[in-house]
Design a protein around this ligand. Structure first.
Ligand code: SER
Length: 313
């Protein structure tokens, strides 16, 4: 029987595109999508889907057994802005889901895990420019605290139970197939919808708030490369980087294609979260260990987003 892959959180922003790419590589029937809600039409139509609550250990066991799952990508999580509103719920979801999957590896039921971390692990004491992979890591958000705790638990399980768990610290991810929900970097996706619809956008981050960002194709590439690599150090939460830009710079890049576009600014509580995160990331370790290098810059990202959203220019 073929070893199969389970994506948990397949209706989310990254999960959606991960399923589609993995199905291209490993075959539709070998990649099982799962989420607490149904998602993207392409995902639902192209292969198996299971309705699954990731906090329910027994249900996960059942799905894993039913499909002979050997690899799990755990993409379900509550993001930074929403987590500030419901700290306890965020902690429970982000942590319990991880334990459920780590335990499957400890019990040798599955043999590889992908678990995403985030630039949110870094806090106000961290160097903000070209933030190194190993540095002062004291997150200032509920989401960041859960991601840092998760990194530590992955490291613990990896050493204590000799399991294979792999982690990337994602920057803000930009894509058009599925919108992100509840994150601080979401402005950089919303802006495209509003630019096309209304020729204007009200940014909830200030004009000069620079954050590390990445186009979805690069993020998917990095994820799959890491999972396929034989050269990684276990356990390492890898920094990855592509581009850094501010709302002001993104607005200018969009104006090139939509000349009438105007940007306005009205910051809210998300500004404080963004202010605690790095401006740019040093990903040299990922480059050394598994040859990682991003390929999509700001102009290509803008063009691809507008094309993806069927804007004619
Ligand atoms: N994009 C995420 C957020 O804004 C960061 O990991 O919450």
């Amino acid at each position: 029987m073929t070893k199969k892959i389970l994506i948990i959180g397949s209706s989310g922003q990254i999960g959606t595109e991960l399923v589609l790419k993995l199905r291209q590589i490993y075959g539709n029937e070998n990649v099982i999508a799962s989420d607490i809600r149904k998602g993207n039409y392409e995902v639902m139509e192209s292969g198996p889907f299971e309705l699954l609550d990731v906090t329910n250990k027994d249900d996960i066991h059942e799905v894993v057994k039913k499909h002979n799952i050997k690899q799990v990508y755990l993409m379900a999580a509550m993001l930074s802005a929403i987590a500030e509103i419901s700290p306890q719920r965020a902690w429970n979801l982000n942590m319990n889901s991880l334990f459920n999957i780590l335990d499957l590896a400890r019990d040798k039921i599955i043999d590889r895990i992908f678990w995403p971390s985030s630039i949110a692990v870094f806090g106000p004491d961290t160097p903000r420019i070209k933030t190194p992979q190993v540095t002062i890591i004291k997150p200032a958000t509920v989401y960041g605290i859960s991601k840092l705790a998760g990194e530590n638990w992955c490291s613990y399980y990896s050493k204590k139970y000799d399991i294979d768990v792999r982690t990337i610290r994602y920057p803000g991810i930009i894509s058009y197939k599925t919108i992100p929900g509840g994150g601080t970097t979401d402005y950089a996706v919303e802006i495209f919808y509003e630019a096309i619809k209304n020729n204007s956008y009200m940014s909830f981050l200030s004009k000069n708030t620079t954050l590390p960002m990445m186009y979805m194709d690069d993020a998917i590439e990095a994820t799959i490369q890491l999972m396929q690599s034989d050269a990684i150090h276990k356990y390492t939460a890898y920094n990855i980087a592509a581009i850094s830009f501010s709302p002001g710079e993104l607005a200018l890049a969009i104006k090139k294609y939509i000349p009438n576009f105007t940007m306005h600014y009205k910051t809210d509580s998300r500004q404080k979260i963004a202010d605690s995160w790095p401006e740019s990331i040093d990903d040299s370790q990922a480059n050394i260990d598994w040859n990682w290098k991003a390929t999509i810059g700001l102009d290509a990202l803008v063009k691809s987003m507008l094309q993806g959203l069927h804007y004619n220019f």
